[in-house]
Design a protein around this ligand. Structure first.
Ligand SMILES: [Zn+2]
Length: 410
C-alpha cells in the first residue's frame, strides 16, 4: 500500500493532469471555470496553473467576459510544449515525421527504406528517425513520445508483432516493444496501421461528428480500423479488423495470409497490378494504359489511376470492378457494425468517384437498407499520411491518459 504522503503526491499529479486535459479540450478557459468543473479550491487551482505554466503547458491569453466583477484571465494549452515522433512502417515506403501536441505536422518524410528484412530494416530506420528529429531543430528533451504503426497483427497485451505478411515473411513474433524500449527513450504507442488511421480519422478527420466509424485502408493490403462508441475495437488479442481477409471465393487465389480467396488476394494493390499486367497484352492497342504498358514494359498503380482519370476504358473497368468487390466487403462490415461513417484511404482511394460510385452501389445491394441509409461512405481527407497521423494521435493520447502513465505522472 502507498504511504499517505505518496497517496497525496499521486493525487496532486492526477489533479494536475486532469486540469491540463480540461484546458486542452476547452481552451480558452479561466481559473474560475476550471474550479467549477473540477471542484478544486481557488488556492489549489492557482498552484496547479502556476506549475503547468512554469512547465510550458499552459499560457495566459487576453481577458474573458466579466460577470460583473473583474474580467477573468483566460488560459490556453500550448501545443508547442512538446512534440511526438510518428512512424508508419511499410515494406518500401516508411513515413517518419513529427507533430506538436495538437497533431499539427512539423515535418514528414517518406523514405524508401527496404523493411522486408526486419533486422536490417530496423538498423536503417533508427538512424533515419534520429536524422529527421535533428533536421527539425527541435531539442531532444522536447520530444515527449513516439508512435510506431505496422501493417500487421500486434498483440494488445504484450505489444509483440505476431505477423505482418505485407512487410515480409520474416516479420513473425518480433518483440518490437523491446526494440523500441531499447532504441527510443520516450513512451511509445504501438498499433496496427489501419487501427491508427481510424484513430486519426476519429480525432482529426471526418470522424469528428460521430463516435462510430470504420476506416478502410486500400493499399498494399486491405486493412480496417473500427471505432465504436469512441473506442477502437481491438478484439480479445488486438487483431480485430482484418477486412482484407474476408473470404469472397472458396478456393480462390492464394492470399499472402496463407488462406485462399480473400478480398485482399484479388483487390489489394499488388494483386490488382499483377492482374492488370497479365491482362494488358490482350487489350486494345489504343487503350491509354496499354500504350504505357507497351512503352514501359509494365505498369504500376499510379499509371492505372492516371489513365483512369483521363478516361482510359480498361483502367476505369479495373477500378470499377475493384469498387464493386470491395463494396461487398464494406456491405458486410456495415451489416456487422452499423457505423455512421465508412472512410476510405490508401492509394486506391485516390481514384475518387470512379471507385466510390460502384462501391456505394454494391453496398446498396448487399447491406441492410436501414443501415445503408444511416451510413456515410467517403474518401478520407487524411490522404497518404493517415497512418502516420494515427501514430502521432496515439502517442499524444497515451501521454495525456492518466491510466497509461500520463506525462505529468512520471
Ligand atoms: Zn488473406
Amino acid at each position: 500500500m502507498l504511504s499517505p504522503a505518496r497517496n497525496l503526491e499521486s493525487l496532486k499529479k492526477l489533479n494536475r493532469l486532469n486540469v491540463l486535459n480540461i484546458v486542452r479540450e476547452q481552451s480558452p478557459i479561466s481559473r474560475q471555470e476550471l474550479c467549477g468543473v473540477t471542484r478544486l479550491t481557488p488556492a489549489a487551482m492557482t498552484g496547479i496553473v502556476r506549475e503547468l505554466t512554469d512547465q510550458g503547458y499552459l499560457e495566459e491569453m487576453g481577458l474573458g467576459e466579466s460577470n460583473g466583477g473583474r474580467r477573468p484571465v483566460k488560459l490556453r494549452f500550448r501545443p508547442d510544449a512538446g512534440y511526438v515522433v510518428g512512424v508508419e512502417i511499410a515494406r518500401q515506403k516508411t513515413v517518419i515525421g513529427l507533430t506538436d501536441l495538437q497533431s499539427r505536422p512539423v515535418l514528414t518524410r517518406e523514405l524508401p527504406l527496404d523493411m522486408s528484412d526486419p533486422l536490417t530494416g530496423w538498423a536503417e530506420l533508427m538512424p533515419a528517425m534520429r536524422r529527421i528529429v535533428t533536421e527539425t531543430g527541435i531539442r531532444e528533451e522536447k520530444v515527449l513520445g513516439a508512435g510506431f504503426v505496422f501493417p500487421g497483427l500486434i498483440d494488445k497485451h504484450t505489444k509483440v508483432l505476431k505477423r505482418a505478411p505485407n512487410l515480409g515473411g520474416a516479420w513473425r513474433d518480433l518483440p518490437v516493444n523491446e526494440w523500441l524500449e531499447r532504441d527510443v527513450h520516450v513512451p511509445v504507442f504501438i498499433e496496427n496501421n489501419s487501427n491508427a488511421a481510424a484513430l486519426a480519422e476519429y480525432v482529426l478527420g471526418q470522424g469528428k461528428e460521430t463516435k462510430d466509424l470504420a476506416y478502410i485502408n486500400l493499399g498494399e493490403g486491405l486493412g480496417s480500423g473500427i471505432i465504436l462508441g469512441g473506442r477502437l475495437v481491438l478484439g480479445s488479442s488486438g487483431y480485430a479488423g482484418e477486412f482484407g481477409h474476408l473470404v469472397l471465393i472458396e478456393d480462390g487465389p492464394l492470399c499472402n495470409c496463407g488462406n485462399k480467396g480473400c478480398l485482399e488476394s484479388m483487390y489489394a494493390v499488388p494483386a490488382l497490378v499483377r492482374k492488370v499486367n497479365n491482362e494488358l497484352p490482350l487489350c486494345q492497342d489504343d487503350d491509354p494504359l496499354k500504350k504505357l504498358f507497351l512503352a514501359q514494359g509494365e505498369v504500376g498503380i499510379t499509371d492505372v489511376l492516371s489513365t483512369a482519370r483521363r478516361g482510359g476504358p480498361y483502367s476505369r473497368q479495373v477500378i470499377e470492378q475493384a469498387g464493386r468487390y470491395i463494396g461487398l466487403g464494406v456491405a458486410n462490415l456495415i451489416n456487422f457494425y452499423n457505423p455512421a461513417l465508412v472512410s476510405l484511404g490508401g492509394i486506391l482511394s485516390e481514384a475518387g468517384d470512379l471507385l466510390l460510385e460502384p462501391l456505394i452501389e454494391a453496398v446498396g445491394h448487399h447491406a441492410f437498407p436501414e443501415m445503408v441509409r444511416s451510413t456515410k461512405i467517403q474518401i478520407s481527407g487524411l490522404g497518404k499520411e493517415a497512418g502516420f497521423y494515427g501514430a502521432c494521435v496515439g502517442a499524444i493520447e497515451q501521454l495525456f491518459d492518466p491510466e497509461k502513465g500520463g506525462i505529468l505522472l512520471v
